[in-house]
Design a protein around this ligand. Sequence first.
Ligand code: RTP
Length: 148
Amino acid sequence: MEQTFVMIKPDGVQRGLVGEIICRFEKKGFTLKGLKLQSVERAFAEKHYADLSSKPFFNGLVEYIISGPVVAMVWEGKNVVTTGRKIIGATNPSDSAPGTIRGDFAVEIGRNVIHGSDAVESARKEIALWFPEGVAEWQSSLHSWIYE
Ligand code: RTP
């Protein structure tokens, strides 16, 4: 089954949105496979966002991510990478539809509350980076009520 990496960024944690965000993924029918509250070092944040290192906003992005604890999660389910990005909404909250997490809770691109992997391959890399210890081996008892 497909997995994705989701991170609630420091603004989401500080604003008390952790429960609300978990609720949206849970209610959709996805299964939580990994969860931790963690403060990240600068080098770790730079590694996570290595693909963006040439962008003008890179330093600000790294400062933002290390500014407070984040909640790192692994969610599992059919098409969870693509569907998870839809639940999260467009990168710039000005473009995020109401009903999405960023559409409902964010105003500016540099404080957009949450990250979700953009492809199955990046999810695999991000899960390996954030959860080197591995994730939980369990299947929700709701499985047969969500999948035919
Ligand atoms: P994320 O990785 O956080 O899920 O975001 P994304 O794929 O939707 O967007 P990406 O282009 O990978 O950008 C990563 C994060 O960098 C910040 N950003 N700031 N100031 C700017 O122009 C700008 N552009 C991007 C955002 O926090 C974005 O989520």
